[in-house]
Design a protein around this ligand. Structure first.
Ligand code: 1HE
Length: 260
């Protein structure tokens, strides 16, 4: 059953594309519990027929991270469970049923950066900046940052960000792989929608393989990785859609690969 989104999340549909907006601009889209639970529930059961999602933020910033107003007098155990709740929500994004493109502008900090890292593709605008101010707040990352970020920029750079409060600009973040598209001001969303449409046009089994097999294969040693790749390749090519797509190309009914 499809979940209702909380007021802090705005959902709009354009055919097979879903556009999900963090809708708490007055608090710089800081992630409170209802928002994290809303993300979890949305990605656990996306609306029927949705093939890709664009995630972006209202106002001047993508996301200011954890809602610090909620960091009350939690016990250690309650803190662990709170972090596990974020893990569950962000895993629903990374290992869900639809590929996700995040549009990054303004602050992409703390839990906001952790959220961005759970998306499959990141499009940045020049206003984006990246930071992990957890050390300044006396806390640690808890939304999967220590697992996902080192795989993108390296543990040494993450340690630098946390220890020194280093802030990376959009250009620096782009060079490090925090984004794979850097668009002119105000054009991130339209680019993300364009990319989402391309994803939505892929065979579902290929998108499944990219979302679920690829990150796991990347964690394996060469021998096991190559074997798992072969298993996934065999499954994907056996799909009727793969057969018809290949026939379409051979019979000149499908597009060629062209550079832009
Ligand atoms: C917030 C939050 C927040 C803003 N929680 N309320 N994250 C941080 O340490 C980042 C803290 N935020 C900032 O550094 C700045 O707010 C921004 C650079 C993001 C934006 O600056 P600016 O000048 O546009 O906005 P502002 O005036 O600082 O904030 C506007 C309002 O949003 C203000 O509330 P108001 O009632 O005074 O209007 C701020 O208090 C509020 N606000 N950010 C709560 N984060 C799972 S572990 C993850 C751990 C973390 O994410 S740690 C990092 C937390």
């Amino acid at each position: 059953m499809q979940a209702r989104t909380p007021a802090s999340l705005h959902f709009e549909r354009r055919d097979a594309i879903g556009i999900l907006r963090l809708e708490r601009a007055t608090k710089r889209n800081a992630l409170n519990d209802p928002t994290v639970e809303g993300l979890r529930d949305f990605f656990a059961a996306p609306p029927e027929g949705l093939r890709a999602v664009v995630l972006h933020g209202a106002g001047e910033h993508f996301c200011a991270g954890l809602d610090l107003a909620e960091l009350s007098d939690r016990s250690a155990a309650a803190g662990v469970l709170h972090s596990r709740g974020w893990h569950e929500a962000f895993a629903r994004i990374q290992f869900g049923t639809v590929p996700v493109v995040a549009v990054l502008h303004g602050a992409v900090v703390g839990g906001g950066l952790e959220l961005a890292c759970s998306a499959h593709v990141r499009v940045a605008e020049p206003s984006a900046f990246y930071a992990l101010p957890e050390a300044q707040r006396g806390i640690f990352v808890g939304g999967g940052g220590s697992v996902r970020l080192p795989r993108i920029i390296g543990a040494h750079r993450m340690a630098d960000m946390m220890l020194t409060g280093r802030v990376y600009s959009a250009e620096e973040g782009h060079a490090l792989g925090l984004s794979t598209y850097l668009e002119p001001p105000g054009q991130g969303l339209s680019k993300a929608i364009e990319l989402a449409r391309k994803m939505a046009a892929n065979a579902p089994m290929t998108n499944f393989a990219v979302m679920h097999a690829l990150p796991r294969i990347a964690e394996l040693g060469q021998d096991a990785g190559l074997f798992m790749e072969s298993l996934m390749a065999g499954i994907a090519q056996s799909e009727p859609e793969a057969k018809s797509r290949m026939t379409n190309f051979l019979e000149k009914r499908a597009g060629k690969v062209r550079k832009d």
